[in-house]
Write a protein of this length. Structure first.
Length: 116
């Protein structure tokens, strides 16, 4: 059940980002949003920890010390990877992905506080 709630929260957060951020587009209506949320969630789960570990090692721990900034950078990279694997998602640049990742983090955080 938690997986479905998390999936719904990411779907809602992606819809917010698509409505607010120019250069971040999701095609296909609700179905497109659900597919992008599922793919993003899967890639974030599978690659998020790996990217964090690699970037932490590459920066000799500095990346880990950056906390929330590091988290949004990893999410932005995962969003760009999701863009490459999905026909429904289009992100114009890394900066748009980074702003989108920050909005997703805040949106999901707020939704978690309301729902749980």
């Amino acid at each position: 059940m938690d997986l479905l709630i998390t999936w719904a929260m990411y779907t809602a957060a992606l819809a917010v980002v698509a409505a607010l951020v120019p250069g971040f587009e999701i095609k296909g209506g609700l179905k497109g949003h659900i597919i992008v949320a599922a793919l993003f969630g899967l890639l974030n789960w599978a690659l998020g920890w790996f990217l964090t570990a690699v970037l932490t090692l590459a920066t000799l721990g500095l990346f880990w010390l950056l906390g929330i900034v590091a988290h949004t950078i990893v999410m932005a990279i995962v969003l760009l990877i999701t863009d490459k694997f999905s026909d429904s998602l289009r992100i114009r640049s890394f900066w748009i992905a980074w702003v989108s990742a920050a909005i997703i983090s805040v949106s999901v955080g707020l939704l978690e506080r309301v729902i749980r």
